[in-house]
Write a protein that binds this ligand. Structure first.
Ligand code: COA
Length: 318
């Protein structure tokens, strides 16, 4: 396993939408959303495409890595759905950046960043690439039923990127699937195919919120236990826990169980909502910008999402 992150970036839509604005057309309130989720506002695409957000995040990550686009050997995008079903978001990004290297998408729901890191690590180990651009980009607003208060208040739009190269930061990475598509899904439709007996419409997010909540808390705990055991380190030796930002209460539940101080569990969900796979790399970007990660810090990253997928990794920052 040989990987380190050398630069990060973000691409966030301009329009910020507060809970108050949602309560103008939904039977909800700022008080309900903040107390149940920790979310105060989220950014929603009004004119931006997912390719726009991805390109902004990618350019910033390249700049911080002191690399030119043509020095990238592979582009991996993580997204539930890009601007097109095909070509992939990675191909659209390649067009924007003017690269000719291989480019493809991974879809592991909100766990996509950790899955992308695993793919990148394998390419580096196989010496098939030296510099890899990972961009996680999600336009959750297009997958929401904006009349469903149970789901549309939870998510936001945004992208975050990182450039990875050979290094020793990545110490542990584990992926898994506990398959249960019914708990969290976005149905794809049957188009106007005249031969189907029962046409399905293109759908919106379906979610059994409390089931996801319980799964998430258990999955992160189990994932951490396995990582600590594999590396022979203690919970106390983890400096920062970068958890998928789905609900502040999920993060708080895990922190309380682990009896760790609040400052070890950074959050930004209050400003962005759940950005699916972009959530952890965006948090990473912000922490680096604020100089809250220093060389030698041990980071535990843990994500969970539709599938149900989980992914955990430990990095000692280089
Ligand atoms: N505003 C006001 N009321 C709302 C509401 C909203 N936006 N959304 C739901 N409610 C209502 C419900 O209709 C229900 O009303 P009822 O008691 O009259 O039936 C009540 O609030 C409680 O709903 P419940 O689903 O029990 O709330 P909860 O405490 O479980 O919180 C979630 C709901 C979705 C916030 C929470 O379950 C959650 O965050 N789950 C994880 C979801 C997630 O992380 N998904 C992505 C994973 S990648």
């Amino acid at each position: 396993m040989s990987l380190k992150i050398v630069g990060t970036g973000k691409g966030i839509p301009a329009r910020s939408v507060t809970n108050q604005e949602l309560s103008d057309f939904l039977d909800t309130s700022d008080e309900w959303i903040v107390s149940r989720t920790g979310i105060k506002s989220r950014n929603i695409c009004s004119h931006e495409t997912l390719s726009d957000l991805s390109a902004a995040a990618a350019r910033q990550a390249l700049e911080k890595s002191h690399l030119l686009a043509n020095e990238i050997d592979l582009i991996i995008c993580s997204t539930i759905e890009g601007d097109f079903r095909t070509p992939s978001l990675a191909c659209c990004l390649s067009h924007d950046l003017g690269t000719m290297c291989p480019a493809f998408d991974v879809n592991a729901g909100c766990t996509g960043f950790i899955y992308a890191l695993e793919v990148a690590s394998s390419f580096l180990a196989a010496k098939k690439a030296n510099n890899i651009l990972i961009v996680c980009a999600e336009m959750m607003s297009t997958h929401m039923d904006w009349t469903d208060r149970n789901t549309c208040v939870l998510f936001g739009d945004g992208a975050a990127a990182c450039v990875v190269t050979n290094g020793n930061a990545l110490k542990y990475l584990d992926l898994s699937v506990t398959a249960n598509p019914a708990v969290l899904n976005i149905p794809s439709g049957t188009g106007n195919n005249p031969f189907v007996s029962k046409p399905r419409e293109n759908g919106f997010v379906n979610m059994r919120g409390q089931d996801v909540f319980k799964f998430a808390v258990g999955a992160v705990e189990t994932g951490l236990k396995q990582a600590l055991h594999a590396l022979n380190v203690s919970t106390e030796q983890i400096d920062l826990f970068l958890l998928h930002q789905a609900n502040k209460r999920i993060v708080d539940s895990i922190r309380t169980k682990l009896q760790q101080p609040e400052e070890k569990f950074p959050i930004n969900i209050e400003r962005y909502g759940n950005l699916s796979s972009a959530s952890i790399p965006l948090l990473l970007f912000e922490l680096l910008e604020e100089n809250k990660i220093k060389s030698g810090d041990t980071l535990f990253m843990s994500a969970f999402g539709a599938g149900l997928t989980t992914g955990n990794c430990v990095m000692v920052w280089e």
